[in-house]
Design a protein around this ligand. Sequence first.
Ligand SMILES: *Cc1c(COP(=O)(O)O)cnc(C)c1O
Length: 479
Amino acid sequence: MELIFEKSARDRQGVRLPAGDVPAAAPLPGEFLRAGPAALPELSELDVVRHFTLLSRRNVGVDTTFYPLGSCTMKYNGKAMEDAAKLFAPFHPMTALLPGGETFSQGTLEMLHQLGRQLEEITGMDAVSCQPMAGAHGEMTGIMLIAAYHKAKGHRKRYVVVPDSSRGTNPASAAMVGYEIVTIPTAPYGDMDLDAFKAALNDEVAAVMLTCPNTLGLFNPHIKEICDLAHGVGALVYYDGANLNAILGQLRPGDVGFDVVHVNLHKTFGTPHGSGGPGAGPVGVKKALIPFLPLPRILREENGRFTLLTDHPESIGRTANFFGNFGVIARAYAYILMLGREGLIEVSERAVLNANYVMSRLKDLYDLPYDQTCMHECVFSAGRQMLHDVHAIDIAKFLIDKGFHPPTVYFPMIVKEAIMIEPTETENKETLDAFIGAMREAAELAVKDPGALKRAPVTTPISRLDETKAAREQKVCIS
Ligand SMILES: *Cc1c(COP(=O)(O)O)cnc(C)c1O
């Protein structure tokens, strides 16, 4: 497809304005003026509409396609959440932050405050800040809170412990805050090796970061023991809530002993996301960490009025502009209210049921390195297909031709040729069966006609890209 710049023709315009009939204002100072005309494409309105409409038809999203991208929770997001986000669009982000502005922003502050309370209830935490703009941002904020806590207590801490199945953002966030990383291997039963963990614990450990269920989609039955052991050496325990969809309404990390959590609102609570945004990663903490939470904090006074706490000496300060990613926050609030307690419990039940259904219907054809009941996602390996020189990437590309977004491949890194499938609760049995059919067809082709998988995809405008080159050597095309 041609780029919009290639379709440009000189002097073609969408709108022609009549000549001005008012006196010209004083010109801007020269330093603000462009030397030549703007390098913009010149097209008619129809050209522009057609260009972007055709482009949008090439887009793959949950609204068009089953999207079992493991770890990302690409569930269908109801349109009612979009309406909720739009309600707040007229609110200028500065309003509440200007002196006296709280008067005009009571409804907005109430919404932010209530979402905090709802997330406290869901995660079992004592306070929540909705400021962080993504899961990874929540991780960094959470580790900063832990560092501030240890500093205030006079603890000398050096290490953050993570299992080797953790997502790279966990050790990266801890390293950015200044900690050294200790990595614990995964035991054959699919969880962090308990003996290796015990051996790694000492009183210089600041925190242990866990994802539960972990990135293999497995629930760790030892989390309470791990929390107790960590607390025994004065370490805090961080819960990466990216997989909250699996335990929503079933288990509260705070009840087990976790001290800090982040929640990926965009994954679990109703925001369309992908390709890097948009997201929100609220952070919840236990009582002892409340003084360190980001500012401003929203407080509810006795009389029901909402005010901002903007100054607090122990706080780590601001971690994002204004109140975080507000549209995502509004969607999550609407999502929680719409589903209610029973609805949220049903989310996790169905998400887990769907993943186990897919797993049980594919495990005769694909290797399952950790063969046990899974939570909201399951991780296969294309090890058997590799005997025919077919790799996870070939299966992923074939699925595109079959009309599916591929699952996550090559993650988690501890599984060779990983294929990580997260169907989510919003898909019906017919869709799951169609996907299972395509996966079974791929496994059969791997044996009978591996070349057919190697040639895929054949239905897309471009077949296989050099993806590294496409990411590293971007071209900006301005004619
Ligand atoms: C998605 C994810 C994150 C990070 O979340 P972002 O919102 O993408 O920054 C962290 N941990 C796990 C396990 C995840 O799946």
